[in-house]
Design a protein around this ligand. Structure first.
Ligand code: SF4
Ligand code: SF4
Length: 342
């Protein structure tokens, strides 16, 4: 099923690789595995090295018989946003008797012992951090800060990579109508070259007015518009119930009758196919932490080129395919494949 067919038939399944996730080998392998699983779209950071990593994974997937090429989407923001930040702290300022609760809560094992020529210290491996914020809330002396990630919205289109990108996502937040309109205006030259533009938002105050204000700024209007409802941001791997928040928000947005497709995100997991079946007007779902965690152990085993470990490669594709098929094929969801924290 091509991405366009998936969107039009409400079987759209996107993998959110992460707006701030920069681990090149993992991104290449995620693109490879989910490309072969038949995903509709890969959503990556708007960074040339990351786009190249995703393209490299898709090129390998093509050689392995990928059923169709998913659209490549890059994520941008109209201002400060939790999806566009990285955690930082100076480990030598941590209390020596701290039990380090920041480490086990990190879904990507980004917090650990880092080394340089003079020794080692506790810190965050920036490439692995995608800004989920879980470490911030558990640090007793609140030593962890965040650094915003910013991207030049048009940088990718000044070089050859622009022609490889089929979609853009703009993350917006409350009270940012003007910033959103300015962001859209900056992107106006490239929007006609794209297949889709997605607008990602949490449950904004006075939601319908906020979305209609953004709609009014959409000149030119994209070929396909996707409203990405970010129900409970970056939480799909925390527990099954998080999918409900996205589904509830999605149903509210559907009732507004806005032009475009409505797609779930933020809390999506193995429960989401059931939620989609209950609301068939929803166009589909995007999976972030859940989709990545589903194959993380196999990716870690396979190294930089997952296909060199036949067992891990095959198993990763099978797991990814179960998730994609549950959305695209309308079959009952598979049993949970990951262990949620207690
Ligand atoms: S818990 Fe989240 S914010 Fe903290 S280091 Fe890990 S990925 Fe980054
Ligand atoms: S929880 Fe906070 S103080 Fe403790 S090790 Fe982690 S960053 Fe340092």
């Amino acid at each position: 099923m091509t991405p366009e067919e998936a969107l039009r038939s409400h079987r759209w399944c996107k993998l959110i690789v992460g707006a701030s996730y920069h681990h090149v080998p993992a991104i290449r392998n995620l693109a490879l595995v989910y490309g072969l699983a038949g995903v509709s779209c890969l959503d990556v950071a708007a960074d040339p090295a990351i786009v190249r990593a995703a393209l490299a994974g898709l090129d390998v997937a093509q050689r392995w018989g990928m059923p169709h090429r998913p659209w490549l989407m890059v994520s941008l923001n109209d201002g400060e946003d939790p999806h566009f930040r990285k955690a930082v702290f100076e480990g030598d300022r941590c209390p020596p008797d701290c039990a380090q609760p920041c480490r086990p809560v990190c879904p990507t094992q980004a917090i650990g012992w880092l080394q340089n020529g003079t020794g080692e210290w506790l810190g965050v491996t920036a490439d692995l951090c995608y800004g989920c914020g879980r470490c911030l809330t558990v640090c007793p002396p609140q030593r962890i800060e965040t650094v915003p990630q910013t991207y030049d919205p048009l940088a990718l289109w000044r070089g050859p990579l622009g022609s490889e990108i089929q979609a853009i996502e703009i993350h917006t937040q409350p009270d940012r109508e003007t910033a959103f309109a300015e962001c859209w205006a900056r992107l106006a030259p490239v929007i006609p070259q794209l297949r889709a533009v997605s607008v990602s938002f949490p449950d904004l105050p006075d939601l319908e007015s906020a979305l209609r204000a953004r709609l009014a700024a959409m000149h030119p209007f994209p070929e396909h518009l996707i409203w990405q409802v970010d129900g409970r941001p970056m939480s799909g791997d925390i527990g099954r119930g998080t999918s409900h928040a996205a589904a509830k928000l999605g149903t509210r947005v559907l009732a507004m009758g806005l032009p475009g497709f409505v797609q779930l995100a933020g809390g999506t997991n193995d429960r989401t196919p059931q939620d989609l079946a209950a609301a068939p007007a929803l166009a589909g779902a995007a999976f972030g932490g859940y989709g990545r965690t589903l194959v993380a152990d196999l990716l870690a085993r396979g190294g930089d080129h997952l296909e060199t470990d036949a067992e891990a490669f095959t198993a990763a594709i099978a797991r990814a395919k179960q998730l994609v098929t549950a959305v695209q094929g309308g079959t009952p969801p598979s049993p949970p494949q990951i262990c949620y924290p207690a």
